[in-house]
Design a protein around this ligand. Structure first.
Ligand SMILES: [Zn+2]
Length: 284
């Protein structure tokens, strides 16, 4: 399972991220804030308070991290910053980035696809965390908690792109203990996973698959699978890169979900909690 998948596409890329090259920020405790106060200061309903949208410090930090891809934040405009982080050797095609950004903007959400400039060392991630949703997304000593800078927790959605498991039937998938417990996925292996304000996708070879998977996991920040019972494609159809009009409406009103709304640093979709996690409560 841990063998190199033989593609060797990462050899020429920077191997920057290791223990030394990436700040291992621990979560700051005592960060419980009052939701109503935040809502009052959030004109666009995107979870990014006006105070922060006007903050030159935040703009400078975003510019210095993401460069020209960052187009600024505008008070009153429903912004959605996608902070996309790659494991060495993975990529998302430029076509997919453009398709997703344009789709969001056509539907009233000013999405910005921001590729994080540093890639995670592939062997380091595999050995330290493994290709598991829990270890990548919400473990106390997981990739998200240990590598995503706290100042970005509240303003952007983090999307991790990983190679996934190399193996015959689990190729290009991620192990999800929650799905395994439910008997879902293939032996618990899934293509992607979202916990609202952060998500992971396993790299896809074909652009259409890649775009649909990225869109699916991104829109999970505000949508469950059954938000539109009439949607036989389960939140986006297999044929069209889109969600329904009603689902777009929910996305527009749910932009604030990108923020930490729990006092912890994780957002659990109500459906995820109901469908998957109740039986696992207390197990970390
Ligand atoms: Zn899903």
């Amino acid at each position: 399972m841990d063998r190199n998948d033989g593609e060797d596409r990462g050899t020429g890329r920077r191997r920057v991220l290791g223990v030394a090259g990436w700040s291992l920020a621990l979560p700051v405790l005592g960060g419980v804030r009052v939701a109503t106060e935040r809502a009052a200061a959030d004109a666009a309903g995107d979870g990014i308070p006006v105070r922060k949208q006007r903050s030159t410090t935040l703009h400078r930090r975003l510019e210095s991290t993401f460069g020209d891809a960052f187009e600024g934040l505008e008070p009153g405009r429903p912004d959605l910053l996608l902070d996309v982080r790659y494991v060495e050797g993975t990529a998302v095609s430029e076509v997919t980035k453009v398709r997703i950004v344009e789709l969001f903007r056509r539907n009233g959400i000013y999405a910005q696809w921001l590729d994080h400039p540093r890639t995670y060392d592939r062997a380091w991630v595999r050995e330290r965390y493994g290709w598991s949703t829990k270890a990548l997304l919400w473990d106390r000593e997981g990739l998200y908690r240990e590598t995503v800078e706290p100042w970005l927790w509240d303003v952007a959605l983090q999307l991790f792109v990983v190679p996934g498991v190399a193996g015959r039937w689990s190729e290009g998938r991620i192990y999800s203990p929650t799905m395994d417990a439910l008997g879902a996925g293939i032996g618990g292996y899934v293509n992607g996973f979202s916990v609202g304000n952060r998500a992971v996708v396993a790299e896809r070879r074909y652009p259409d698959d890649e775009a649909r998977l990225c869109l699916h996991e991104i829109v999970h920040y505000a949508l469950c699978h059954d938000d539109d019972p009439g949607n036989a494609g389960v939140m986006g159809t297999a044929e069209v890169l889109d969600v329904t009009a009603g689902e777009w409406e929910r996305l527009r009103t749910g932009l604030g979900n990108v923020r930490d709304t729990t006092g912890y640093d994780i957002l659990l979709r109500p459906c995820l909690w109901e469908e998957c996690l109740q039986g696992l409560a207390g197990r970390g």
